[in-house]
Design a protein around this ligand. Structure first.
Ligand code: B12
Length: 231
């Protein structure tokens, strides 16, 4: 366990390491955190440190103050750090019984995978069986995977204003194929929002990995209760 001041200090350093594209420091922070911090502290470090840093890089890129190679380098730095932290997160929270089955993907046309992988890891840490289809996944492949694996839920990540349309495409296709009621659908990623989720008929929107996990637990428990009531 670390103190609040230690967590905040490490958050600031992690943020700076991403902004300055300093891989060695990012790795050193991740290693220190993985050996000293609890799962909750690790999540705080990711959200308030590494993620805060990459959001600054994203803003600067959006304003034309940083360029694509720097965006790529920042993402690689963050992925190296998360690769060290994520196994620790998973092993720290694992429960015995699989809680439910989730198919997760970044939708067609979208190559962003850092946030989707975080959601995937935290769901696994909380006892979900997760089938992670990766990035740039076409609608029919997502639906087929959900059917084949008899998933409880489909999670769709999209970070671009153009690719959120593919989240709608998945829901529309489920509807047309008569499978809409077979799966809960949760959407997320920087370009999606609660209002977009409502507009396209998703069951939920999750703002971050922690919220995504809480919602997944609620939605799946709720639908199991309904099934039990009918029996
Ligand atoms: C890193 C990054 C990249 C990296 C991605 C590397 C990788 N392996 O993922 C690279 C360099 C490849 C990249 C490419 C591009 N990018 Co980019 N990228 C980013 C950046 C800076 C950070 C994204 C990130 O990893 N954040 C950290 C993670 C932890 O956060 P997150 O993804 O939001 O995920 C969290 C939540 O959203 C949520 N969540 C995520 N997924 C899901 C799913 C579910 C179901 C749920 C419930 C929750 C959930 O939980 C996560 C944990 O908290 C964003 C900036 C931003 N504001 O998002 C731009 C950004 C998304 N990119 C942008 C652009 C324009 C591009 C490019 C078009 C650039 C170009 N000219 O080529 C390409 C597009 C490539 C493509 N076809 O996808 C724009 C999008 C603008 C728009 N409105 O559409 C942004 C907003 C930057 C900007 N300000 O201009 N990018």
């Amino acid at each position: 366990m670390a103190t609040d001041t230690q967590v905040q200090g490490l958050q600031q350093k992690a943020k700076e390491a991403i902004i300055s594209l300093n891989r060695a420091t990012a790795i050193q922070i991740a290693e220190q955190a993985a050996s000293e911090m609890s799962a909750a502290e690790l999540l705080d470090l990711i959200e308030g440190g590494f993620k805060a840093g990459i959001m600054v890089v994203g803003d600067r890129f959006g304003k034309g103050d940083m360029f694509l190679p720097e965006l790529v380098a920042a993402a690689e730095t963050m992925k190296l750090a998360l690769a060290i932290i994520e196994p620790k997160l998973r092993e720290s929270q694992v429960t015995q019984e699989p809680f439910g089955k989730v198919v997760i993907a970044t939708v067609k046309g979208d190559l962003h995978d850092i946030g989707k992988t975080m959601v995937s890891s935290l769901l696994m840490a909380n006892g979900f069986e997760v089938i992670d289809l990766g990035i740039d996944v076409a609608t029919p492949i997502i639906i087929e995977a959900a059917r084949e694996n008899a998933a409880d839920m489909i999670c769709l990540s999209a970070l671009l204003t153009t690719t959120i349309l593919a989240q709608k495409e998945v829901i529309d296709a489920l509807q047309e194929m008569g499978y809409r009621d077979a799966f809960k659908v949760m959407i997320g990623g920087a370009a999606s929002s609660k209002s977009w989720a409502q507009e396209i008929g998703a069951d939920a929107y999750g703002a971050d990995a922690q919220e995504a996990t809480e919602i997944a637990i609620d939605l799946i428990s709720e639908s199991r209760m309904k099934i039990n009531e009918k029996l």
